[in-house]
Ligand binder design. Structure first.
Ligand SMILES: Cc1cc2nc3c(=O)[nH]c(=O)nc-3n(C[C@H](O)[C@H](O)[C@H](O)COP(=O)(O)O)c2cc1C
Length: 195
């Protein structure tokens, strides 16, 4: 793969929150995405992450109810049933292996999402989780700490990257055509030194 192709994958890998719910994702696909995470960097190579895969309709609804959707879209409570994710991957840290998961879960989540995008799928990682409710629904033992949930599906959302304007507002928003706009800061605002 050359850089342009990889850049295209990264740019197209937006946080997607509206899906074609009729499109199902099989267990093998979910396993292949976790296998990407398995091959990722891990602090001290401890590999403390554990994963729960879910493509079951009833369980998916339970997971959905535990997630905080798009906090900046204050008048949108999350997708209606026909646009809900087809699958979820719950990423947890195993306290029997380590008490510090560093940023392993972020690396795993992003790699899973990139892999999903490469398969023509899309998704979003969630940190806003009702952990107690989710642990109850999925019978997660206290040795496992829920870190992130990744929602996955066939995207039906148009998403566009914009440059952050003069007002500095970084909040994503939706226009009248339901295009989701994501303001990103300029490269020159990120690089504070170059020697
Ligand atoms: C650690 C982390 C946690 C996030 N948690 C949520 C969340 O709980 N709910 C949500 O709708 N989006 C969540 N997101 C998605 C961000 O809102 C999204 O990355 C941001 O709006 C930029 O959009 P982009 O991913 O398309 O660049 C999270 C992203 C990250 C990196």
């Amino acid at each position: 793969m050359n850089f342009e192709t990889f850049n295209g994958l990264v740019v197209n890998n937006r946080s997607c929150r509206r899906f074609d719910h009729a499109h199902k994702i099989d267990t093998k696909t979910l396993e292949s995405l976790v296998n990407l995470a398995r091959n990722c960097a891990s602090a001290a190579n401890k590999q403390p992450l554990k994963f729960i895969l879910c493509r079951d309709e009833a369980k998916n609804e339970e997971i959905f109810s535990c997630l905080g959707w798009a906090a900046y879209l204050t008048d949108w409570p999350g997708p209606e049933k026909p646009e809900r994710p087809s699958a979820y991957i719950v990423i947890m840290g195993d306290h029997t292996i380590s008490d510090n998961f560093w940023c392993d879960h972020g690396i795993a989540a992003q790699t899973i999402l990139l892999g999903a995008r490469a398969l023509g799928l899309g998704g979003c990682m969630f940190g806003a989780i009702n952990i107690k409710k989710l642990k109850d629904y999925l019978n997660i033992p206290d040795t496992l700490e829920v870190k992130l949930v990744v929602a996955l599906g066939k995207p039906v959302e148009d998403i566009q990257i914009d440059e952050v304007g003069r007002d500095g507002d970084i909040r994503y928003w939706r226009d009248e055509n339901r295009v989701h706009h994501v303001p990103k800061r300029k490269l020159s605002d990120l690089i504070t030194g170059s020697f």
